[in-house]
Design a binder for this molecule. Sequence first.
Ligand code: ATP
Ligand code: MG
Length: 200
Amino acid sequence: MTDSKKQDKHQERQQKLKEKVDAHVESSQIEKGIFQVITGNGKGKSTSGFGVVTRCVGHGKKAAVVQFIKGMWECGERNLLEKSGVPFAVMKTGFTWETQNRETDTQAAQEAWQQAKKWLADDAIDVVLLDELTYMVTYEYIDLDEVLTAIANRPSMQSVIVTGRAAHRKLTDLADTVSEVRNVKHAFDNGIKALEGFDY
Ligand code: ATP
Ligand code: MG
């Protein structure tokens, strides 16, 4: 094919694509806050959620973050975002995979959840990130129906992001956007240590 034919074909394809996208944009007129679930076994769930929070702050909007699992390391995003006025509620207790005391973990999860509920009822908050919430539901530390009700009844323009593996079907059913991050490979599998600034 000659270069000019290639150019014609390219232009034709792009024009069709543009028409399709324009039509879709034109027909998408509902204005409401978005509920997104980011789940799956791959890396990139929390960083994606924090990406939206950063985007929100960059537009001068208000965000709030609840971390249902306090990682072993200091959280880089928290260090940055708190300076920009983003409030954080971090679940107390070192909830980890090995040491689990149901009673203290439930109490700590409930405390973080009470704060989450306040933010989910506050129309001054544009985005609420509920990081690692899925596990609290799986372990029954927080009641699923209570979570669904609080999210469903939030202010209409508020967006919510839930992250964590194995999101309950009822959460993904309620969500407007669901992304599943698939693990293709992870540095950790080859013995590479978690890296400050990259992994936390
Ligand atoms: P990130 O915070 O990097 O976006 P994530 O939220 O998708 O990761 P989590 O399940 O919350 O993943 O895991 C938290 C920690 O475990 C992070 O330090 C992350 O790098 C690491 N991790 C994530 N996915 C995997 C994986 N498939 N194998 C091993 N470690 C992982
Ligand atoms: Mg995470």
